[in-house]
Design a protein around this ligand. Structure first.
Ligand code: B12
Ligand code: SF4
Length: 474
C-alpha cells in the first residue's frame, strides 16, 4: 500500500523545526513490510499536500498529533478525504482521547490507533488490504455500520531492539533548522537528528503527560543504540544529535556504557544534547565527565520548582533541591553547558513559592533557562485535581501550547494573573536585569541575524505587563 505519514502545520508552535521521530519509526516498519511510504511534515514542505499525494499516488494518510495540534490534524484529515484518501490518526493526543476523533463530529477521520503503533499499523494496513479482519487490529478505534468499535489495546512494545531504526533517510533534513531554537539547538544550521535510547519513565510527576511511552522503562541495548548513532554520524552526516528519551539516565551504568561506547567507536565528534532533560537524582560526577568525553555539549534538567513543598507534594518530582544543585555543579565542572526547565503556576502556588523558583534559577544560573506556565494536559494527575477543585480556561486544544502566553486554569486561593506576572518577570530577571546575560545575548551573532525574532521575544517577555498583583511579589 502507498502510505503518506504526516505532521500537520502548526498554528501554535512556530519554532518547531525538528524531525518527527514517531513518523520515522512507523515509516521504517511499513517499509520493512513492503509498503511504499513517504513523510510529509507540513512545517518544512514547500508543496501543498495535494501535489505530493497526486504525484505519489498515496492511498492512506496517517496523521500524528500532540494535543495542541489536534485541530490542525482534523483539518488535514479533511483535506485527505477531499483527495479521496483513507485517513488514520495517531500520536499522543489520540492515545489520550481516541473517542473524540472517531465520534460523529469528525467523519473526516476514518480510523484512530491508540498508543505505540509499530505493530498495529502493520496489522491495520493488512486489514485494509483484506488479509485480516479489522477486529483483530490492536489499539484500533473505528466505525462499523456507523457505530464506534473499540478493539483490544495494543500494549507497549516490550523489546525495542526488535523494531527497526527510524527511517532517518526519509527526512528532508536540510530543511530542519535545529532541535528547538528556544532550548535545545546548538547551531541553527545543523543537520540535527534525534534518537531515543529508551522509552517510558517510572516516575509520576503530576503534570507529565506520558500516554505513549508509559510507566515501564524499556531500554534499547547499547549495541542497538550505537548502531543507530553510527548510521546518523557516518552515513547521514549528522552535525547535531538530540536525545529525546523521557529518562535516558535511569540506569547510571547503562548511561555510562553508552558514553564509553561512543568514545570507543569514534562517534564523539558530533555534539549532542539531552532534549527532554535528565533526571538529577540519577547522576554522579563521573557520568558528566563521560558525557563530555562522548561529545555531549549541553544537558537539560527538569528543575521545575525552587519550593521544596511544591516539588515534593504538588509536582511529586521525587528529587530535592540539593540533588538539583549537585547535578548542575557536576555538569558545569565537567565543562558542559546547562539548561534548566522551570514551571510557574502549579496548583497551590503563591507569590512566595514562585519567587523561590525565580531565585533558585538565579542561584543555579544555567546557560539557558526555560520558564514555562503550568499546563494541565488530559490524563495527568494535575488535570484531574484542577477538574475537581478548579476551572480550566482553555476552550480550545490550541490553548495548550507553551507558546500561548495565558494562564490555563484557576483554583481557590490561586491567582492566574499573578502566575503570568511571575512567569514573565522570571524571564526579565534572568535575562534582562543582569549585565552578564545581556552581554551574552547581544554578543551572539544570532541576536542580530534574527532581529525580528529577537524583538518579538523581547516584547513578549521583557515588556512588563499591566496587572493587578495580589500578594507579595518578590
Ligand atoms: C522530544 C520531545 C519534544 C521536543 C521535540 C524535539 C525533537 N527534535 O524531537 C520539543 C521540545 C520540540 C517538543 C515540543 C512539544 N512537545 Co514534546 N515531547 C518530546 C518527547 C520527550 C519525545 C518525543 C519523541 O521523540 N517520541 C518518540 C516517538 C517514538 O513517539 P511518538 O512520536 O509519540 O510516536 C509514536 C506514537 O505516538 C504513535 N504515533 C505517532 N504518530 C502517529 C501517527 C499515526 C497515524 C499513528 C497510527 C500512530 C502514531 O506511533 C509512534 C511510534 O510508536 C515526548 C515524550 C514522549 N515520551 O514521547 C514529549 C511530548 C510528546 N511532548 C509533549 C508536548 C505537550 C509538546 C508541545 C505541545 C509543548 C507545547 N505545549 O508547546 C510541543 C509540540 C511540538 C510539536 N509541534 O509537535 C507531550 C504531549 C502530550 C500531549 N497530550 O499531547 C509529550 C508526551 C511530553 C509529556 N510527557 O508531557 N517535544
Ligand atoms: S517529567 Fe520526566 S521524570 Fe517526571 S514522569 Fe515525566 S518523564 Fe518521568
Amino acid at each position: 500500500m502507498k502510505v503518506l505519514l504526516a505532521s500537520p502545520e502548526s498554528e501554535v508552535w512556530t519554532s518547531r523545526k525538528h524531525i518527527p521521530l514517531g513518523l520515522g519509526y512507523l515509516a521504517a516498519v511499513l517499509r520493512e513490510n513492503g509498503h511504499q511510504v513517504g513523510i510529509f511534515d507540513s512545517a518544512i514542505e514547500d508543496e501543498p499536500l495535494e501535489t505530493v499525494v497526486r504525484r505519489g499516488g498515496y492511498e492512506l494518510l496517517g496523521i500524528s498529533a500532540v494535543t495542541p495540534l489536534i485541530v490542525d490534524a482534523w483539518n488535514m484529515a479533511k483535506e485527505g478525504k477531499r483527495l479521496g484518501m483513507t485517513t488514520l490518526l495517531g500520536g499522543p493526543h489520540l492515545t489520550l482521547m481516541p473517542e473524540e476523533s472517531i465520534g460523529p463530529e469528525h467523519l473526516e477521520v476514518d480510523y484512530v490507533i491508540q498508543g505505540e503503533a509499530e505493530q498495529s499499523i502493520i496489522e491495520f494496513v493488512d486489514a485494509l488490504e483484506g488479509r485480516r479482519p479489522m477486529e483483530t487490529v490492536h489499539g484500533l478505534y473505528w466505525r462499523k455500520n456507523g457505530e464506534m468499535q473499540v478493539n483490544a489495546p495494543a500494549g507497549l512494545i516490550p523489546n525495542l531492539d526488535a523494531i527497526p531504526y527510524p527511517a532517518h533517510d526519509l527526512y528532508k533534513i536540510t530543511r530542519y533548522t535545529n532541535l528547538n531554537p528556544l532550548t535545545d539547538g546548538l547551531d541553527t544550521k545543523a543537520r540535527a537528528y534525534t534518537i531515543m535510547t529508551s522509552r517510558g519513565c517510572p516516575y509520576k510527576c503530576t503534570y507529565c503527560s506520558k500516554p505513549i511511552t508509559g510507566d515501564t522503562w524499556r531500554p534499547r541495548s547499547v549495541a542497538n543504540v550505537i548502531g543507530e548513532w553510527r548510521w546518523l554520524v557516518k552515513d547521514l552526516k549528522a552535525t547535531e544529535i538530540g536525545l529525546t528519551d523521557d529518562i535516558w539516565n535511569l540506569k547510571l551504568d547503562r548511561a555510562k556504557e553508552i558514553c564509553r561506547a561512543l568514545v570507543a567507536e569514534g562517534l564523539n565528534t558530533v555534539p549532542w544534547t539531552t532534549v527532554h532533560g535528565m533526571k538529577v537524582n540519577h547522576t554522579d560526577p563521573e557520568l558528566f565527565k563521560l558525557m563530555k568525553a562522548a561529545g555531549c555539549r549541553r544537558v537539560g534538567f527538569g528543575v521545575e520548582s525552587g519550593d521544596p513543598t511544591i516539588l515534593r507534594n504538588v509536582i511529586k518530582k521525587s528529587q530535592s533541591l540539593d540533588m538539583v544543585r549537585n547535578a548542575f555543579k557536576w555538569a558545569k565542572d565537567a565543562g558542559l553547558q546547562t539548561m534548566g526547565f522551570f514551571i510557574y503556576g502549579m496548583p497551590q502556588e503563591t507569590a512566595e513559592t514562585m519567587e523561590k523558583t525565580t531565585r533558585f534559577a538565579l542561584e543555579l544560573d544555567p546557560d539557558h533557562a526555560h520558564f514555562m506556565l503550568a499546563t494541565p494536559y488530559p490524563g495527568t494527575e494535575m488535570y484531574d485535581v484542577i477538574k475537581q477543585y478548579g476551572n480550566i480556561f482553555a476552550n480550545e486544544w490550541a490553548d495548550y501550547a507553551i507558546q500561548s502566553d495565558k494562564a490555563r486554569f484557576t483554583m481557590p486561593d490561586y491567582d492566574p494573573d499573578l502566575v503570568v506576572h511571575k512567569w514573565k518577570e522570571a524571564y526579565r530577571r534572568f535575562y534582562l536585569y543582569r549585565p552578564k546575560r545581556v552581554w551574552e545575548k547581544v554578543s551572539k551573532k544570532s541576536f542580530w541575524t534574527d532581529l525580528p525574532g529577537t524583538v518579538a521575544n523581547a516584547m513578549r517577555f521583557f515588556v512588563p505587563e499591566k496587572v493587578k498583583v495580589v500578594g507579595k511579589a518578590g
